[in-house]
Design a protein around this ligand. Structure first.
Ligand SMILES: *[C@@H]1O[C@H](CO)[C@@H](O)[C@H](O)[C@H]1NC(C)=O
Ligand SMILES: *[C@@H]1O[C@H](CO)[C@@H](O)[C@H](O)[C@H]1NC(C)=O
Ligand SMILES: *[C@@H]1O[C@H](CO)[C@@H](O)[C@H](O)[C@H]1NC(C)=O
Ligand SMILES: *[C@@H]1O[C@H](CO)[C@@H](O)[C@H](O)[C@H]1NC(C)=O
Ligand SMILES: *[C@@H]1O[C@H](CO)[C@@H](O)[C@H](O)[C@H]1NC(C)=O
Ligand SMILES: *[C@@H]1O[C@H](CO)[C@@H](O)[C@H](O)[C@H]1NC(C)=O
Length: 443
C-alpha cells in the first residue's frame, strides 16, 4: 500500500493505472476536500470559484442576438456542418493531427502583455506579480505534419461578425476564455456588458463586429447544490444531480453560434450523487453510509447527459469539448507544499501525467466517442479540442507562487500557496486559441 501511494506521488513513473485505481480515487478525494480549495481560492479576490456557492438565480441575460441572422461578412468562418471523422477532427484534405506534435522555440513571443491586455485576472497575471523568468512565453506548438499560425485577431473578428461564443465550465475554462479576450483585444477592446456578482460569469461585446464572448461558470455542468461558506469550507457534501443539466448554460444554448465546454477538477470533490431525485451513492462520504461510486461514475454520467443534450438539440452551434487539464505540482500536492518551478517544457516522453489525469482524460474520450460514434449525422458539429497532451508538456506555464502579488517581497523564504493548475497569461494556454483559430477560421 505504501509503495503504491508513493508511486502515485512520483510523477515520473509510468503508473499501473488499473491496479491502484481505487486507492487513487480515495486518495485524491482526501486531497480535494475543503481546506485545500479554501487555501487555493481564498475569498479576497472576486474571481474565486472554489469558495462560494453558485447563485441559482437566472443571472445570464445578455444573449438576444439572433444566430440565424444573415451572415453579413462571415465568409472566413467555417460553418458548423463540416465533415468530421470519428475523432471530431477535420477530415477532408487535412490529414494533420493538430494535437500531436512538439513545442518548439519561437522568438516572436506573445502578442500581448500584461499592459496591452487589461483583462488578465490578478491570479494569472504572472508578469505583474513578479515572475522573473520569461522563457515560457517563447514556445509554440508545432503539430507533426503541419503548422499552426499565431492567432490573428483581425481575421478572427472578421469571421465572427454577428456571432456569439459561450465558454462554459470552471475556472480553467475561464482562464482559456480570458486568453482569447486578450488575443482579440489587440485588435479591438471589448466592452464588458455583463458580469455576475463574483465575476465568475462575464460577457464581452466587441462593438465593431457585433461579436459577443460569454464565459459561463458551471463547474459541474449539472445541477449542483454547494454548501461552502465564504471561506470555502464545506459545511455539507455537494449534492450533485447527475442527469439534470444546469440551466445556467442550457437556457441560452439556442442563442450561441459557438460553444466551448470544459470541466473536470470539481468532480474530485466530496459529493452525494442523485439520479431522478433519488440518491444513488456518493464520492468520499464515509459518515453518510452511502455506496461509494467514485468520481469516475459521476463524470461518466454527467458527460453522457451533456453530449446527449448537444447531439439531440435541434440547435447546432459548433461545439468544442476541451479535454482535461493536467496540473504540474511537484514535491507535493495542492496542500502539501507542492510547487512548479520548471522554466522549460518537457520533451516528449519526459512526463506522462498522474493517475487522475489518465482516468479523467479517458472518460472524456470514451463519452465523446460514445456520443458521436453512433449518431454521426447529429454530431458533426461536435469536436474535441484535445489540449491534454500538449498541456501535459508545459509544467513551466503555471503561476506557481506568482498567483499572489510579489509573494517574496517581504520574505524571500515565505511559504506561499502555489498554483500549478491554472495558467499564466500570456502563456502556453494562448496556444489553445491558436488551435481554435485554426479549427474555426479558414487560413
Ligand atoms: C451581443 O450583445 C449585445 C449587447 O448585449 C447585443 O445587443 C447583441 O445583439 C449581441 N450580439 C450577438 C451577435 O449575439
Ligand atoms: C466583406 O467585406 C469586404 C470589405 O470589408 C468586402 O470587400 C466584401 O465584399 C465583403 N464580403 C461579403 C460577402 O459581404
Ligand atoms: C506589467 O509587468 C511589469 C513587470 O514585468 C510590471 O513592472 C508592470 O507594473 C506590469 N503592469 C501592469 C499594468 O500590470
Ligand atoms: C448502512 O446501510 C445499510 C444498508 O442500507 C444498513 O443495513 C446499515 O444498517 C446501515 N448502517 C448504519 C450504521 O446506519
Ligand atoms: C525546484 O525546487 C526544487 C525543490 O526546492 C529544487 O530542488 C530544484 O532545484 C528547483 N528547480 C529549479 C529549476 O529551480
Ligand atoms: C451506441 O452504440 C453502442 C454499441 O455500439 C450502444 O451500446 C449504445 O447504446 C449506442 N448509443 C446510442 C446513443 O445509440
Amino acid at each position: 500500500m505504501v509503495t503504491e501511494m508513493s508511486s502515485y506521488w512520483e510523477p515520473w513513473q509510468s503508473l499501473n493505472k488499473k491496479s491502484n485505481h481505487i486507492l487513487v480515487k480515495l486518495f485524491i478525494s482526501v486531497l480535494f476536500v475543503g481546506l485545500l480549495f479554501r487555501l487555493f481560492f481564498a475569498r479576497s479576490s472576486p474571481y474565486l470559484e472554489f469558495s462560494e456557492p453558485p447563485t441559482v438565480a437566472t443571472i445570464f441575460d445578455s444573449h438576444k442576438g439572433n444566430p440565424q441572422a444573415e451572415k453579413s461578412n462571415a465568409s472566413d468562418a467555417v460553418i458548423p456542418q463540416i465533415p468530421l471523422d470519428i475523432n471530431g477532427r477535420d477530415s477532408g484534405k487535412e490529414t494533420c493531427d493538430l494535437f500531436s506534435g512538439k513545442w518548439i522555440q519561437d522568438p516572436r513571443g506573445p502578442s500581448y502583455t500584461n499592459t496591452s491586455c487589461p483583462f488578465i485576472e490578478g491570479q494569472q497575471n504572472c508578469m505583474k506579480n513578479g515572475r522573473l523568468d520569461t522563457e515560457y512565453q517563447y514556445w509554440r506548438w508545432k503539430p507533426h505534419g503541419c503548422d499552426i499560425q499565431p492567432f490573428d485577431a483581425k481575421r478572427f473578428l472578421r469571421a465572427m461578425r454577428d456571432k456569439s461564443w459561450a465558454f462554459i465550465g470552471d475556472s480553467i475554462l475561464r482562464n482559456h476564455g480570458q486568453s482569447l479576450v486578450c488575443l482579440i483585444s489587440q485588435e479591438e477592446l471589448p466592452i464588458e456588458v455583463y458580469h455576475d456578482e463574483d465575476f465568475k460569469s462575464r460577457t464581452w461585446h466587441f462593438p465593431s463586429y457585433n461579436f459577443n464572448l460569454s464565459v459561463i461558470w458551471s463547474p459541474f455542468l449539472v445541477k449542483a447544490d454547494i454548501f461552502e461558506d465564504d471561506d470555502g469550507v464545506s459545511k455539507s457534501e455537494i449534492q450533485l444531480h447527475l442527469n439534470v443539466l444546469n440551466s445556467k448554460w442550457t437556457k441560452d444554448y439556442h442563442t450561441y453560434d459557438y460553444v466551448m465546454i470544459s470541466v473536470g477538477q470539481w468532480f474530485l470533490k466530496t459529493a452525494v450523487y442523485w439520479e431522478n431525485n433519488k440518491i444513488v451513492g456518493c464520492h468520499y462520504c464515509p459518515r453518510l453510509n452511502l455506496t461509494e461510486r467514485g468520481f469516475d461514475y459521476a463524470y461518466h454520467n454527467v458527460l453522457h447527459s451533456v453530449f446527449r443534450f448537444i447531439t439531440k438539440s435541434s440547435h447546432k452551434p459548433l461545439v468544442f469539448y476541451r479535454t482535461w487539464t493536467p496540473d504540474h505540482f511537484e514535491y507535493g500536492e495542492w496542500s502539501t507544499g507542492g510547487i512548479c518551478n520548471r522554466t522549460q517544457p518537457y520533451k516528449e516522453g519526459d512526463y506522462n501525467g498522474k493517475d487522475v489525469d489518465h482516468i479523467m482524460y479517458e472518460i472524456e474520450l470514451e463519452e465523446f466517442h460514445k456520443a458521436i460514434g453512433n449518431v454521426t449525422e447529429n454530431a458533426k458539429h461536435v469536436k474535441l479540442l484535445d489540449t491534454y497532451h500538449l498541456s501535459l508538456l508545459r509544467p513551466d506555464g503555471h503561476p506557481g507562487p506568482y498567483r499572489s502579488f510579489h509573494p517574496f517581497e517581504k520574505d524571500k523564504n515565505a511559504k506561499v500557496q502555489n498554483d500549478c493548475l491554472h495558467w499564466c497569461l500570456p502563456g502556453p494556454i494562448d496556444s489553445w486559441n491558436d488551435l481554435l483559430m485554426r479549427m474555426v477560421v479558414k487560413y
